[in-house]
Design a protein around this ligand. Structure first.
Ligand code: HEM
Length: 385
């Protein structure tokens, strides 16, 4: 068990779902390593790169070695969020972290076998493919990339990360840049906003995420879906046909999250058209939204409704109509059974404040052609109410 506890962060450290995460510097500042950042600079910490730095993890940083997480007594030791940044850290630390670990542990039997397989495939691939940013971070720790439009500071220094995410947290927010890119898909949800709007949603969501009923219901749902996934994998393995394991994982997680969050059977795994329409639209929208970070022409394309922006608009329509239908259904059910104290009643609570949890494997598609393990992608809350 201790080994499993250690293997999960070890894998996520080497192959995090969110490979780089950017903030905007609101007022000019100096980072702990002396690096000067200017007002409006994009300042990013890099979980993917940090997981491979010898100055953080030692000479064997790039080896898969879960034992590094044990203390002298061989007991798993919690990670420091300024070194292990897969879930961010500070006041905006991922709210789904515990839920994620719970699901990963429940899926462990499947996951450990697949982890070894995926790890071997990608470790071999990495020998050929080593992102230049990893080498830059190994050499400089913190560095600046200049473009005609924006000055970007990247850091892999844990002291800087702690400073950005915690010590001087109010100075490093989502800012207008991130908001303008993300808000078409994510609205004014917890992921896109700062200050008062963020504080309010964080407070409400923290309460919901810490509810015991969430823990109990999610464990049951994760177990049920792990069995379902195992059955599908077992059946598929006898057909000798190729299949997309990441897609299966994404859909299995989405099914679980919908059940936990809304009491709704999305049933996207076996491949019903209705069930897959939403996950596919969400996956594509996430990829297209993240594409905006590299496509400086996106506002013009949006205005003209062409290319990637036309596709994004179409996908968001699918998501919106699905979500509004779901919201109406839940409101109706809520009216009919207001005092529901079962696990499904949790939905009634959740729907008042937050709407849907998403799985954004797309983040990984956009930033790097690399591996990602296990069953949960980066997840965020869409507040589209
Ligand atoms: C492997 C799985 C996951 C990883 C690696 C991950 C990672 C992250 C990261 C890096 C952030 C910060 C993003 C930002 O700056 O905007 C974040 C935020 C967040 N995550 Fe996750 N996450 C995971 C799963 C989940 C799940 C399953 C949920 C919910 C069910 C969730 C809920 C959230 C929320 C609500 C935030 C926003 C926190 C805030 O801004 O205050 N995450 N996550």
């Amino acid at each position: 068990m201790q080994y499993l506890y250690a293997a999960l962060p070890e894998t996520l450290g080497l192959y995090p779902a969110v490979v780089v995460d950017a903030k905007i510097c609101l007022l000019g500042d100096a980072l702990p390593d002396g690096y000067i950042v200017k007002k409006g600079d994009m300042v990013a910490y890099q979980p993917y790169v940090m997981g491979k730095m010898k100055f953080i993890w030692g000479e064997d940083a790039r080896e898969f070695w879960p034992e590094r997480w044990f203390n002298e007594d061989g007991v798993f030791q919690q990670e420091s969020p300024s070194q292990f940044t897969a879930f961010q850290g500070g006041p905006r630390i991922c709210l789904g972290k515990e839920l994620t670990y719970r699901q990963m542990r429940i899926f462990a039997a499947l996951a450990v076998t697949l982890a070894i397989l995926i790890f071997k495939i990608f470790a071999a691939k990495e020998k050929r493919y080593r992102p230049v940013v990893t080498e830059l971070a190994a050499k400089y720790g913190t560095y600046r990339l200049l473009s005609p439009f924006r000055s970007e500071v990247y850091t892999a220094d844990p002291a800087n990360v702690e400073y950005i995410l915690k010590t001087n947290f109010p100075n490093y927010g989502k800012g207008w840049h991130n908001y303008s890119i993300l808000s078409d898909l994510l609205g004014d949800g917890i992921f896109t906003v700062d200050c008062k709007k963020w504080r309010h949603q964080r407070k409400v969501s923290t309460y919901e995420f810490s509810a015991k009923v969430l823990r109990d219901v999610s464990s049951i749902v994760f177990k049920r879906n792990a069995v379902k996934l195992a059955r599908i994998l077992s059946e598929t393995s006898t057909t000798n046909e190729a299949f997309d394991i990441l897609d299966l994982f994404m859909k299995s997680t989405l099914d679980s999250i919908f059940k936990v969050g809304f009491g709704v059977e999305l049933d996207s795994m076996p491949g019903s058209t209705e069930g897959t329409k939403f996950p596919n639209a969400f996956d594509d929208s996430s990829a297209l939204t993240l594409w905006r970070y590299v496509d400086i022409l996106w506002p013009i394309k949006k205005f003209l409704n062409i290319g990637s922006e036309a596709a994004l608009r179409k996908n968001i329509k699918v998501i919106d109509s699905f979500m509004y239908k779901l919201i109406s259904q839940r409101i109706e059910q809520n009216k009919n059974s207001p005092g529901d104290a079962s696990g499904e009643g949790l939905v009634t609570h959740l729907i008042q404040s937050i709407v849907v949890l998403n799985i954004v494997f797309a983040i990984y598609h956009i930033f790097m052609e690399g591996p990602f393990l296990l069953n949960i992608g980066k997840c965020c809350i869409l507040n589209r109410l």
